[in-house]
Design a protein around this ligand. Structure first.
Ligand SMILES: [Zn+2]
Ligand SMILES: [Zn+2]
Length: 144
C-alpha cells in the first residue's frame, strides 16, 4: 500500500520541466509573420512574409538550445574536435558539451543555453570539472 503511493508520486514529479530545459521565448504565441524566438517581423526580399513563424537563424539557435545532440554537433565543429581544457584533438573522440556558466544558475536566462556558454570538453576533463565545479565557480565569482 505504502509502496504504491510512493511509486505514483514519483511518476508525477517526472513531468516537471527540469532546469536543463530553456523556457519558451516570450514571443512564442505571436502571430505568423513574426518570429516566435525574437519577436521581429519576418522580411524576405524586402517584403514581409506573413506565413512564416521563424527566422532561419533564430530557428537554428532554438534547435541548438533544445536538442543536446544538435548542440553537440555545433560545438564539436566550432571547437574543431578539440578539448578546450587539455587541447586534445580527436576526430572520433568522446566529448561532452559543458556549460561554462552552470544551467542551475540560469533562472530562465536564454544565454545559458546558447553557443557562447557552451564548450567542448573530453570525458576526463568534463569529469574533473564537474567534480570541482562548485569550488571553481566560487573562485570565478570572487574575481568578478
Ligand atoms: Zn527571429
Ligand atoms: Zn580534456
Amino acid at each position: 500500500m505504502h509502496m504504491a503511493r510512493v511509486r505514483k508520486a514519483r511518476k508525477t514529479t517526472r513531468k516537471v520541466i527540469s532546469h536543463r530545459t530553456p523556457p519558451k521565448p516570450i514571443h512564442w504565441n505571436c502571430k505568423r509573420g513574426t518570429c516566435r524566438f525574437c519577436g521581429d517581423p519576418i522580411i524576405e526580399n524586402d517584403k514581409p512574409n506573413t506565413r512564416k513563424h521563424w527566422h532561419q537563424a533564430c530557428a537554428e539557435l532554438w534547435v541548438i538550445m533544445n536538442n543536446p545532440s544538435k548542440a553537440r554537433e555545433h560545438v564539436l565543429k566550432r571547437d574543431n574536435y578539440t578539448c578546450q581544457s587539455c587541447l586534445t584533438y580527436s576526430r572520433y573522440g568522446q566529448f561532452d558539451v559543458d556549460h561554462r556558466k552552470p544551467l542551475y544558475e540560469a533562472n530562465g536566462d536564454h544565454s545559458y543555453w546558447q553557443p557562447p556558454n557552451l564548450v567542448l570538453l573530453c570525458k576526463d576533463c568534463h569529469k574533473a570539472k564537474t567534480k570541482t565545479d562548485m569550488v571553481l565557480w566560487r573562485a570565478f565569482k570572487a574575481l568578478d
